[in-house]
Ligand binder design. Sequence first.
Ligand SMILES: [Zn+2]
Ligand SMILES: [Zn+2]
Length: 228
Amino acid sequence: MQRIRPGLYLLQAAAPANCYIIEGPRGWSLFDTGHPLAAPALLGEIESNGFPLAELDAIIISHGHADHAGGARALLERRRVRVLAHADDIPAIEGRPALRRGLGPRLRRIWRRLRYPYRPLAEVLPLEQGRTLRFLPLWQVLATPGHTRGSISLFQPAEKVVLCGDALDNRAGRLSVPGSRRCHDAAAARESARQLAMLDLEVLGCGHGPVVRASAGLKIQSALPPLD
Ligand SMILES: [Zn+2]
Ligand SMILES: [Zn+2]
């Protein structure tokens, strides 16, 4: 586990997917849960770093892919808490995905299913753009669609931090906006990245790759693809 800012920690047991602990006034919440096979290791990392599951308050899912939502079932079996995600990705998280046609998406689905034996969740609650979370009052929900229709980010203005799921990727030593192969809607993903680049930001926690710890706004601007 790495401390990123006061009350914000990166969990690494579900690598290559990042998960984050965010402390609130009454307990702590989890932003993303990794892939299902990593759930026991993730639970071990959480508890060995002094975060008792009895104080887990909520699980927020950045988007409906199995490498981000997949660990939630195992956590919920240990402690029942509310799970929140954007309404557009709730069907996928609950096991009713809107399927894209074509051979490429179909093969990717088969590959994903084999790699991440996902167990769907029941009763995921919807999050909306601009909502402040009662249990995390310093954080705001930003709709950042494109990678999936219902991708969200969490923004903490006082500490200038964004956690963005797969709206941006920081693997292979390079911050990038996901292109059409990794997107439901690549144009929307570019627009979401532009919106994030306009925030006053220092720290960026992506769903994959190391945390950007300084000048995150400038780095997102440099990663933006040129306008068509
Ligand atoms: Zn994803
Ligand atoms: Zn991912």
